[in-house]
Design a protein around this ligand. Structure first.
Ligand code: NAP
Length: 229
């Protein structure tokens, strides 16, 4: 499958991995709806890739509803939904803060679930939609649960569960739902010592957004290769 001629929503395109995913899709002829928290950031991101902006805070229900309503207007058929926006909060079992748990769950778990739910009519109206969740091996039971950054790890484990469940539920609609680990990426979140560029991370997002009909679903990926949950 090609991204050419298909419409994709990418969340969190103000900075980091999101703009690189938007760029990768646009370079292949995709129509990209660039989400950012603020109107200014969304406009700037959209201008950079010739896409369309949509703004809203994914940390609360009103923001999610606002984003979904605008996307539904722009794209009655939504071919690709990339849940990329995310937050990292640290702390272990001794000192993780309630606020940090709340924000990680709101942005990393509740937002992908809520936005997917709100956009189900548009995803079902498309011809074989694809949903991609930018998760993390820090939420991977097979090796990722080494302690520390508890709010982040448990939120990414939870969103992985969302991917597995939703893939099963949407299989009958021909919608493929997959999670990816982008690598340790040089962004504000990954830090300057990180080894992967946002552009390299975007390759897996493009791969999952263009999986063929009947392709894998409910799986976890890194560098275009399947990894265990
Ligand atoms: N970097 C890594 O090494 C790494 C590794 C594994 C997984 N990941 C995952 O990759 C994804 C992107 O990470 P990144 O490295 O690009 O992070 P980043 O540079 O910190 O960017 C995070 C993005 O999420 C947006 N965002 C955060 N909270 C939001 C909210 N409440 N409403 C709307 N947008 C919000 C930010 O918007 P603002 O600019 O408005 O804050 C920004 O666009 C995340 O899901 C992250 O967990 C990253």
């Amino acid at each position: 499958m090609q991204i050419n001629g298909r419409t994709a929503l990418v969340t969190g395109t103000s900075r980091g991995i999101g703009p690189a995913i938007a760029r990768a899709f646009a370079d292949q002829g995709g129509r990209v709806i660039c989400h950012a928290r603020t109107e200014d950031d969304a406009r700037r991101a959209a201008e950079e890739v010739g896409g369309e902006p949509v703004a809203g805070d994914l940390g609360d229900a009103a923001g999610i509803a606002e984003v979904a309503a605008r996307v539904a207007t722009l794209a009655p058929e939504l071919d690709v939904l990339v849940h990329n926006a995310g937050v990292l909060r640290r702390g272990g079992v001794d000192d993780a803060l309630r606020d940090d748990l709340d924000v990680c769950f709101a942005v990393n778990v509740v937002a992908p679930i809520g936005l997917t739910q709100a956009l189900l009519p548009q995803l079902r109206a498309a011809d074989a939609a694809r949903i991609v969740v930018v998760s993390s091996t820090m939420g991977q039971f097979a090796g990722g649960m080494t302690g520390g950054s508890l709010p982040y790890r448990v939120s990414k484990a939870a969103v992985n569960a969302f991917v597995a469940c939703t893939a099963t539920e949407l299989a009958g609609d021909g919608i493929l739902v997959n999670a990816m680990h982008p690598g340790w990426v040089k962004t504000a979140m990954g830090g300057p010592a990180a080894t992967v560029t946002p552009e390299e991370a975007a390759v897996t997002a493009l791969y999952l957004a263009t999986l063929p009909d009947g392709g894998p679903t409910g799986r976890f990926w890194r560098g275009c290769l399947e990894i265990p949950w």
